[in-house]
Design a protein around this ligand. Structure first.
Ligand code: SF4
Length: 526
């Protein structure tokens, strides 16, 4: 076999050598003899022997271009050999002496797999396997994404900054504050306008930030007109240097309603302080239905409906996501015709982290007093009902472009097959949500992906793994590269079909808990 031949199986059986339609061809013909050119991305690094390319992902090892990271394989039931680095060797059997069967529940992820650049090159791994009697195929490649971003959910009520405010990393604008959701603030980070549409520094800082967040590392941000923030997927956010602990149980109105019955008889009035909706129990429908006596307390802000008030204070990092540290500052007055001396008043935040107990004196002025144990227990229960605050990082990437040519000669057929639910799209084995509408825009929770799934190239762009799994017959129908389909046992033994820039080793890992098995998703076998 010549160096530009490879093994063809047509996905169904016999292996025959065929000519390789893709050949590495250096662009610079005057390149020094001790260098080789990497064309796994448009940068086209010329790499000296023993050195790595600009992305640290490829190297010149004794005149051979190799992908440095191992390919990660998920074994459904990992007991032995997990984490071991095993070289791919061209022996026809696995290097560890273990001949894995095609039926063994192993999924080849695209992490470390190499790319399809310059676009028409078939994906480095096109793996056939038999799943529950059905011939399946998984097309495995790393994608180079410049159209990509991170959607970040920060579980906090604290004020992070105004909607649309710039989010900065190392002084560069890398995203913006978007909507507030229930107990969370959303950020949109990265995206093509920051990656390639601004200055060179902005693009570099943006992809470095995305790389770190995607790989589950911590990144510090500042928000124009708002807070400083530390974000790390799966960890609590740190707002202005304070680690957030609790996600609120609900808005102020919801908190009043949830605990209303428990409060009755123990308190005369409860105000749940919230930047969104502050709840006032006796005026609220919950207090009305429980036949609670009106307490005559007026809070500041704009009344929405009975017992529900907007804008009682400015947003901030104090009580309930407001800027207040003294809860009485939102109390406008007590109606002397309704309130009475000795009235018992609880003021509490939506997480129960802040609370205060008052008794009205003879002038109807609230005076701090020790909180009764029974009331303290309800405040504690508000806290108990709060979930831990986390940062959630979702990667969004547009796979509707060139990498489709690595899957099929007629890319639109892949797009249509995905929309017809014939294809299961995963990223590093993690389930990916495919957005409706045109193109293949995928969204995936980085916490469900293997560690170190992401890379960068200096174009600049993000490198992310993507796998397409479908029935072999559907792959044939959509014009797939059938000549490059190889059974799992052969893939495990010999690695990628091409050897220029291919990974040299593989490593078994366990899938993230809760991930569905990528080869057995419902629509595939239905
Ligand atoms: S940046 Fe990396 S992938 Fe791109 S050409 Fe250089 S070594 Fe290859």
């Amino acid at each position: 076999m010549t160096e530009h031949e490879h093994t063809k199986t047509d996905g169904l059986g016999d292996a025959v050598p065929v000519a390789d339609p893709w050949q590495a061809r250096p662009r610079n013909e005057r390149m020094a003899a001790h260098k080789i050119e990497c064309n796994a991305c448009p940068v086209l690094c010329q790499i000296s022997e023993g050195k790595v390319g600009a992305c640290d992902r490829y190297a010149n090892q004794a005149g051979v271009l190799v992908r440095l990271d191992p390919v990660l394989l998920v074994r459904r039931t990992v007991e032995q050999g997990q984490g071991e680095l095993v070289p791919f060797v061209e022996s026809g059997v696995a290097a560890d002496g273990e001949l894995e069967s095609a039926d063994e529940p192993i999924f080849v992820t695209a992490v470390g797999s190499s790319t399809t650049y310059p676009d028409y090159k078939p994906a480095p791994f096109i793996v056939s396997s038999l799943v529950a009697g059905v011939d399946m195929v998984t097309v495995v490649t790393e994608g180079i994404f410049s159209y990509c971003s991170l959607k970040v959910k920060i579980d906090t009520d604290r004020w992070l900054g105004p909607e649309q405010a710039n989010v900065r990393c190392k002084g560069e604008v890398v995203g913006h504050v978007t909507t507030a959701e229930y107990g969370s603030q959303m950020l949109s980070l990265g995206g093509v306008h920051h990656i390639t549409g601004g200055s060179k520094k902005e693009g570099r800082v943006t992809v470095d930030m995305m790389l770190a967040l995607g790989n589950k590392q911590a990144v510090d941000f500042t928000i124009d007109g708002g807070a400083t923030l530390r974000v790390q997927a799966g960890r609590a956010p740190v707002v202005d240097g304070v680690e957030e602990r609790r996600m609120r149980v609900g808005c102020g109105s919801a908190t009043v309603g949830i605990f209303a019955e428990q409060f009755k008889g123990l308190v005369d009035e409860v105000v749940v302080v919230d930047d969104h909706i502050t709840g006032v129990l006796t005026e609220h429908q919950a207090g009305h239905c429980l036949d609670m006596r009106p307490a005559g307390l007026q809070v500041r802000g704009r009344k929405s409906t009975p017992g529900r008030y907007f804008q009682v204070a400015n947003p901030g990092t104090g009580w309930g996501g407001t800027d207040i540290s003294d809860p009485l500052s939102i109390v406008e007055s007590f109606d002397p015709a309704v309130a009475w001396p000795g009235q018992r008043l609880l003021m509490v935040s939506t997480t129960g982290e802040h609370s205060a107990w008052y008794l009205l004196d003879e002038h109807l002025v609230p005076q701090p007093a020790p909180m009764p144990d029974e009331v303290q227990q309800i405040v504690d229960r508000i806290g108990e009902n709060c979930e831990p605050s986390l940062c959630t990082v979702l990667f969004v990437g547009g796979a509707g472009g060139s990498l489709r040519a690595g899957v099929t000669e007629n890319p639109v057929l892949l797009t249509r097959a995905i929309k017809a639910a014939l294809v299961n799209v995963t990223c590093g084995g993690a389930p990916a949500y495919v957005w409706p509408g045109g193109g293949i825009t995928v969204m995936v929770d980085v916490m469900r992906m293997p560690d170190q799934s992401f890379g960068t190239v200096p174009t600049p762009a993000i490198v992310a793994p993507i796998e397409f799994t479908m029935k072999l017959s559907d792959y044939h129908a959509l014009g797939g590269h059938m000549g490059y389909v190889r059974p799992l046992s052969q893939v495990l033994a010999t690695g990628a079909w091409h050897h220029d820039g291919a990974p040299t080793a593989r490593r078994f890992i366990a899938g993230a808990p809760g991930n569905p098995w990528p080869l057995a998703s419902g629509p595939l076998l239905g």
